[in-house]
Design a protein around this ligand. Structure first.
Ligand SMILES: Nc1nc2c(c(=O)[nH]1)N[C@H]1C(S)=C(S)[C@@H](COP(=O)(O)O)O[C@H]1N2
Ligand SMILES: [Mo]
Length: 207
C-alpha cells in the first residue's frame, strides 16, 4: 500500500500518543523520530574558531562582524523545542543553547526598511525569512545541542534555529545575516520549496 500523507499524519499522532505525548504537537503529514537525521547539501565546511566571524549587515545602522568570543559574550539561553523537517520527520523536545537573534539584531540597529533576512552559510547555502520571525523567544543562534557543542553534521560551529518553520530555514554553518527591504529567495526556496514553510499549514512546496 502506498504511504500517503494522510496515513503518515495518523502515524505521527499515534506514535505521540503511545509515548504519552500530546498528539496535537505533530503537524500534519509528519512522523516522529528519535534519531537525529542529517540533511546537508554538500560537505561540512571546515572552520577555525580563532578566525571565524558572524556578520550582520544590509538594512542596519551599525553593521557588525562578531568574533566567536564576542558572540559568546551575549546572554546565553537554552530552549527546548519541537523541530519539523519537510522530509516528514519531527523530533520533540530538542534542547539548544545559544544567543537570541534579536539581541544581536538590536546591537546592529535594524532600520525601518528592513523586513526580510537572508541567512548565508559557509559552503554557499542560503535561506530567507521574514525579519519578524526572528524576534521570537525560541529563535536562536545555536552553538550547542543537548548541552554539547554542535556536531559538524548539525551545523558547527553555529546554526540558526527557527523551530516554527520547516527545518531547512534553520541554516547550519551560519556566517551572515543580511537584512533586506525586499524579499529574496534562498537555496531551497529557489528550488521548489515554499517561501513561508509553516509546518502547521503544510507549506512544503510552491507547486
Ligand atoms: N548550511 C546548510 N544549512 C542547512 C542545510 C544545508 O544543506 N546547508 N540543510 C537544511 C535542511 S533541508 C534541514 S532539514 C536541516 C537539517 O538539519 P540537521 O542536519 O541538523 O538535521 O538543516 C537545514 N540547514
Ligand atoms: Mo530538510
Amino acid at each position: 500500500m502506498a504511504v500517503t500523507s494522510k496515513s503518515l499524519a495518523a502515524r505521527g499522532r499515534k506514535q505521540a500518543a503511545e509515548r504519552g505525548l500530546d498528539p496535537s504537537r505533530i503537524p500534519p503529514g509528519q512522523y516522529l523520530t528519535e534519531r537525529f537525521p542529517v540533511l546537508t547539501y554538500g560537505d561540512n565546511p571546515p572552520f577555525d574558531l580563532s578566525t571565524w566571524t558572524l556578520t550582520v549587515d544590509g538594512a542596519v545602522t551599525d553593521p557588525l562582524t562578531l568574533s566567536w568570543d564576542e558572540l559568546m559574550a551575549f546572554d546565553q539561553v537554552t530552549v527546548t523545542v519541537d523541530i519539523h523537517c519537510v522530509t516528514r520527520w519531527s523530533k520533540l523536545d530538542t534542547t539548544w543553547t545559544g544567543v537570541r537573534v534579536r539581541d544581536v539584531l538590536e546591537r546592529a540597529g535594524v532600520t525601518p526598511e528592513a523586513r526580510f533576512v537572508m541567512a548565508h552559510c559557509d559552503g554557499g547555502y542560503t535561506t530567507n525569512m521574514p525579519l519578524e520571525l526572528l524576534y521570537d523567544d525560541d529563535v536562536l543562534l545555536a552553538h550547542a545541542y543537548e548541552g554539547r557543542p554542535l556536531e559538524p553534521d548539525h551545523g558547527a560551529p553555529l546554526r540558526l534555529l527557527v523551530p516554527k518553520r520547516y527545518f531547512w530555514k534553520s541554516a547550519k554553518f551560519l556566517r551572515r545575516l543580511e537584512l533586506l527591504a525586499e524579499d529574496r529567495q534562498g537555496f531551497w526556496e529557489l528550488n521548489g520549496y515554499h517561501n513561508d514553510a509553516d509546518p502547521w499549514k503544510e507549506q512544503r512546496h510552491w507547486f
